[in-house]
Structures are given as structure tokens and as C-alpha cells.
Design a protein around this ligand. Structure first.
Ligand SMILES: [Zn+2]
Length: 108
């Protein structure tokens, strides 16, 4: 389905497939068809002709968001590894303390 000007904005983040904001219609289907011959991007499901800049913008934002998430995951992995090392050190300290205490006759 096409808008009056023949171009519909994609909205890959939308939860519903048909979104109308004001007078604008948005296609929220994620599958697209790229025609190199016609230089047109269409929704693979509803066949809406999509605004090519908006499609590129959506992909760029998704790429950026993905890169931010990947960096967050790397940071969290570093933090988790540090916590696991700290846990291992603390367990060793506890084991040594229990051994020392049991040698002194203290029971847990
Ligand atoms: Zn669509």
C-alpha cells in the first residue's frame, strides 16, 4: 500500500505492523525487497514503497544501537570476570580461614 506521495516511512521498531501517526503511515514489517533495477525499496509483505533514506537511517540506527550494546556486553564481561576472580579469591580466603580455625579448635 502506498501513501499519497508514493513513499511510506519504515518503522522497524514499531510493535504493530500498521502505524498511523498524524497523516503519515508507517510500515513496520522488517522484510524488505531491494530492486536494483528500479532503485526502489519495498516492503516484502505489504509491498509499500519505502523511503530509501528512512530505510538507510533505520539500518544505521540499528547498527549504532548494536555497536553500543556490543560495547556494553564487553564491559559487563570484563566486570563479570573481575567479580569471578574476586569470588575465587574470597572462597580461598574463607577456606584458609576455616582450616586455620579448625586447627585452633574452632568449629563452624
Ligand atoms: Zn509492510
Amino acid at each position: 500500500m502506498e501513501d499519497d506521495d508514493g513513499v511510506i516511512r519504515p518503522d522497524f521498531q514499531a510493535k504493530h505492523t500498521l502505524t498511523i501517526r498524524g497523516d503519515e503511515k508507517f510500515c513496520a514489517h522488517r522484510d524488505i525487497t531491494v530492486s536494483e533495477f528500479d532503485r526502489v525499496i519495498q516492503c516484502a509483505k505489504c509491498e509499500a514503497v519505502l523511503d530509501t533514506f528512512e530505510v538507510l537511517l533505520q539500518y544505521a540506527k540499528n547498527e549504532r544501537d548494536g555497536m553500543v550494546l556490543a560495547a556494553d556486553i564487553r564491559d559487563k564481561k570484563v566486570e563479570m570476570d573481575a567479580l569471578l576472580r574476586q569470588e575465587k579469591r574470597l572462597k580461598s580466603r574463607i577456606a584458609r580461614a576455616k582450616t586455620k580455625a579448625s586447627k585452633q579448635g574452632v568449629m563452624f
